[in-house]
Design a protein around this ligand. Structure first.
Ligand code: NOJ
Ligand code: NOJ
Length: 528
């Protein structure tokens, strides 16, 4: 008895010391990451001279690699993060968000090698010059996730300001809806066509793309109603996209790329799927398999399969790690881009999924261990019994503590390989952990911020998952032809319930800006 108490006390100290270190890293890194994002946004970001207002540059690096472009995907994911921060009280971000939306209205109309604006096809162009002109070099195009992610980001902001004041509805309808509508039309028209994956390498169907398209269609259909508009394509195509999404599941893991054209066969285990799960997270949802929620059996089994694919000899910095110990995570094992190393944003996503799953277990009140996810749990707590573990049971406490420590382990890896000044690049060396490829990658900073929110239990908005997760029996390979109209608003009228974003600070560096009324009202109103 004495001995076990002593052992318990010792190991408690050890864990609390470890997590104190991590806590202090996270609180130090947090403002650095936010500033890192803002530094890469035009027109005033300190690292991106010449970028237009509201434009997110992927990284200030201009060679090896040259990332001084704006990607629709990276930008939308970044602005979703900034919108969450705005909702959580950083009102100074409002002006950046409005500038982003206005910049996207212009970018949508730029004809390019993916196609014209009039046909909608141009919206699938992955990247542009940071002065809003078309990039006409060879590239993996089109990439069909961009419009969907952008629609979700703009809807998130719209919901936040409408929650702050009913007076903002008309403004959202007049300024934001026309832009969102183009993106939703694109998704409804093209979701069932192949394109390049988020890594811009393989042409086919990508799990990430189909999932983010589905989420956008669901949000789009709700959003249209709120502003007295319609999105018929959202309603008709949504169920088909969800049905198709099920095809990526093989019983144990997600095969991230299917219907591949050409001969680039891979195992299919890919951080694509973990990024998808964190994007599909709905804090009001349960552990639903069909939408691959963070705590779903499928997503947990897949988490293990993907993380395990980076163990063994692949990355020397991961050698000697047992299953259940956090590992550095890359895009996919066969990757060779800049040496095919671990990525910060993938390692962070592996943590984020687990923090979000913990929140879901606590709201649903239990953890269910079943045939699909038992491998995941057994790596953390051996001989975990199958069945339902209620939140007041010792097993629940054991499992959640283990999951939390496991998740923290991924963040500790990012901590270990971050620069001393907190800078985060795209990759870190599989051999010695040193930072590689693009420096100050906007998306790396953004991924830190969403991980941090999830760890703190700061919830993202609901996207309506709980009313949109039942899969119809038959999948239709269909499409709804869209119309594409130039959005004409060139500014936002002032927002009710908020000292207009412009007033609360313009320019770069607004970390720690004061809360606006809209942001704080919106905080307590995360759903419509
Ligand atoms: C650039 C892309 O951004 C990257 O994802 C890809 O791996 C390389 N091109 C090689 O195709
Ligand atoms: C390469 C990545 O593969 C892609 O996902 C990203 O959009 C670009 N780099 C820009 O960060």
């Amino acid at each position: 008895m004495f001995l076990s108490t002593l052992v318990g006390a010792t190991s408690f100290k050890f864990f609390s010391r470890q997590s104190n270190d991590l806590d202090s890293f996270i609180s130090k890194e947090s403002p650095i990451a936010l500033q890192g994002v803002l530094n890469n946004i035009g027109a005033n970001g300190s690292q991106v001279n010449g970028a237009s207002s509201g434009i997110v540059v992927a990284s200030p690096s201009t060679q090896d690699p040259n990332y001084f472009y704006t990607w629709t995907r990276d930008s939308a994911l970044t602005f979703k993060v900034l919108t969450d921060a705005y909702i959580q009280g950083n009102g100074g971000l409002g002006s950046h968000i409005q500038e982003y939306i206005l910049a996207q209205a212009k970018l949508q109309t730029v004809d390019n090698l993916s196609g014209t604006f009039a046909s909608g096809a141009g919206l699938g162009e992955p990247k542009y010059y940071s002065n809003l002109t078309a990039f006409e070099g060879t590239w993996g195009r089109p990439q069909r996730d961009g419009p969907a992610l952008r629609a979700s980001a703009m809807i998130a902001y719209s919901k936040a300001i409408m929650a702050a004041s009913g007076d903002n509805h008309a403004m959202v309808r007049d300024v934001v809806w026309p832009i969102v509508s183009n993106d939703l039309n694109y998704v409804a028209q093209y979701w069932n066509q192949t394109g390049f994956d988020l890594w811009e390498e393989v042409n086919g169907s990508s799990f990430f793309t189909t999932a983010v398209q589905y989420r956008a269609l669901v949000e789009g259909s709700n959003f249209a109603q709120t502003v007295n508009k319609t999105c018929d394509g959202c309603t008709s195509q949504g169920p088909n996209a969800l049905c198709f999404l099920q095809d990526y599941w093989n019983g144990t893991s997600i095969i991230s790329n299917i219907n591949l054209q050409g001969n680039k066969q891979r195992s299919g285990l890919d951080c694509n799927s973990i990024l998808t799960t964190i994007h599909m997270y709905d804090p009001e949802g349960g552990c639903t398999d069909s939408t691959f929620q963070p705590c779903s059996s499928r997503a947990l089994s897949n988490h293990k399969a993907v993380v395990d694919s980076f163990r063994g000899n692949l990355y020397p910095i991961n050698s000697n790690l047992a299953p259940g110990q956090a590992a550095a995570v890359g895009r996919y094992a066969e990757d060779v881009y800049y040496g095919g190393n671990p990525w910060f944003l993938c390692t962070m996503a592996a943590a984020e999924q687990l923090y979000s799953a913990m929140h879901q277990w606590s709201t649903t009140g239990s953890i269910t261990v079943d045939n699909v996810n038992s491998g995941f749990f057994n790596d953390l707590v051996s001989n975990t019994a199958k069945g339902n573990h209620a939140s007041n049971s010792p097993d629940f406490a054991k499992l959640t503590t283990a999951v939390r420590n496991y998740a923290d382990g991924f963040v500790a890896i990012a901590q270990k390989h971050a620069d001393n000044n907190g800078a985060l690049s795209e990759q870190f060396s599989r051999d010695n952990g040193l930072e590689l490829s693009a420096r100050d990658l906007t998306w790396s900073y953004a991924s830190f911020l969403t991980m941090e929110s999830a760890r703190n239990g700061a919830l993202p908005q609901s996207w309506g998952e709980s009313r949109a997760n039942s899969v119809s029996d038959s999948c239709q390979a269909s499409s709804a032809k869209g119309t594409y109209t130039k959005a004409t608003a060139t500014s936002f009228p002032s927002i009710a319930g908020v000292a207009n974003g412009k007033g609360s600070g313009t320019g770069s560096g607004m970390a720690g800006a004061t809360s606006s009324a809209a942001a704080s009202k919106a905080r307590s109103f995360l759903r419509w």
